[in-house]
Design a protein around this ligand. Structure first.
Ligand code: IPE
Ligand code: IPE
Ligand code: MG
Ligand code: MG
Ligand code: MG
Length: 304
């Protein structure tokens, strides 16, 4: 069965995934916590992100030919989406990027308060691991926890965020002659590590060899963040659901900031070709391989 174009495919998946979030995950949170935590958590989780990371879990776990997506895939997808949403809530805080808009709505701390946003992020971080424990087979739990913690934790996203903020407002001179190395490390850690984890988690669930999936996800993730930097310069605020021009205003170390638009696009073309090669090397059925291979161009050309 041939698959729809990536944008349609992600949209189809996210429609079902959002039903799962609303019907299975939100009630669980509501039953266990207090409104001061539930409300900002629900606000941020249901604000309508692209759901790229759960989609990658689903792809890497092998899409079912027909019928519903298996519970462990949905729980693992929800786990990584919770961790990602936590990273966005904290990323927007005044102490980090101080962003007013996220997913087309006031950011969590603007809609609620700083303390509520901090706690909502904390709650989503731990909830991620609880969801794995609730919905994924015990035989795979250790690996799933390790992969998610590594990509989203101190070795991955958190280290990347720390480097991103460390290098904010530093002069070009202070990053030396080759800022590209630092930039790649920031982007690889803050964004690509979690996207790689999404691909690896799906492979874990399906007992597939994991390294090739992680390598594909790492390159796709690096491309994703370079595209995010470019969209901050040339993108449309309404489509993105977040303010543009924020990186330059904050003095962030970004690809367009260091290399300009043309070289950023050239780097994206390079990463796109690399990710496509890595997709074609995956030992999976040809139809799934085609879907993996179509994602880099989608990520590079996205407006959202
Ligand atoms: C935004 O991620 C943060 C980055 C890593 C660039 P997404 O662009 O995937 O955000 P949502 O989930 O669709 O809102
Ligand atoms: C965010 O990078 C990466 C995270 C770990 C959240 P950005 O700060 O560039 O993401 P946006 O542009 O605010 O979504
Ligand atoms: Mg940031
Ligand atoms: Mg930000
Ligand atoms: Mg950005």
């Amino acid at each position: 069965m041939s698959q729809p174009a990536p944008d349609q495919h992600i949209l189809q998946f996210s429609t079902g995934f959002d039903v799962f979030l609303r019907s299975r995950v939100l009630p669980l949170i509501q039953a266990e916590t207090v409104p001061a935590v539930f409300e900002p958590v629900a606000y941020s989780l249901t604000a309508g992100g692209k759901r790229l990371r759960p989609f990658l879990v689903y792809l890497s776990a092998g899409m079912p030919e027909s019928g519903p997506v298996a519970d462990p895939v949905l729980f693992a997808g929800a786990a990584i989406e919770c961790l990602h949403t936590y990273s966005l809530i904290h990323d927007d805080l005044p102490a980090m990027d101080n962003a007013a808009l996220r997913r087309g709505r006031p950011s969590c701390h603007r809609a609620y308060s700083e303390w509520a946003a901090i706690l909502a992020g904390d709650a989503l971080n731990t909830l991620a691991f609880e969801l794995l424990a609730r919905g994924c087979p015990e035989s795979h739990l250790g690996d799933l926890v390790r992969v998610l913690a590594r990509g989203g934790g101190l070795a991955g996203m958190i280290a990347g965020q720390a480097l991103d903020l460390t290098f904010e407002k530093q002069s070009k001179a202070s990053v030396g002659d080759s800022p590209g190395g630092i930039l790649d490390e920031i982007h690889n850690r803050k964004t690509a590590a979690l996207i790689a984890a999404a691909c690896e988690m799906g492979a874990v669930l399906q007992d597939r060899p994991r390294t090739a999936f992680a390598a594909y996800g790492q390159t796709l993730g690096l491309l994703f963040q370079v595209a995010d930097d470019l969209l901050d310069v040339v993108g449309d605020e309404t489509a993105l659901g977040k303010k543009t021009g924020a990186d330059a205003a904050a003095g962030k170390l970004t690809y367009p900031g260091v290399y300009g638009i043309d070289r950023t696009r050239a780097r994206m073309a390079e990463l796109c070709a690399q990710a496509e090669q890595l997709a074609l090397a995956l030992d999976i059925d040809p139809e799934s391989r085609r879907v993996f291979a179509s994602l880099p161009a989608f990520v590079a050309e996205r407006a959202q």
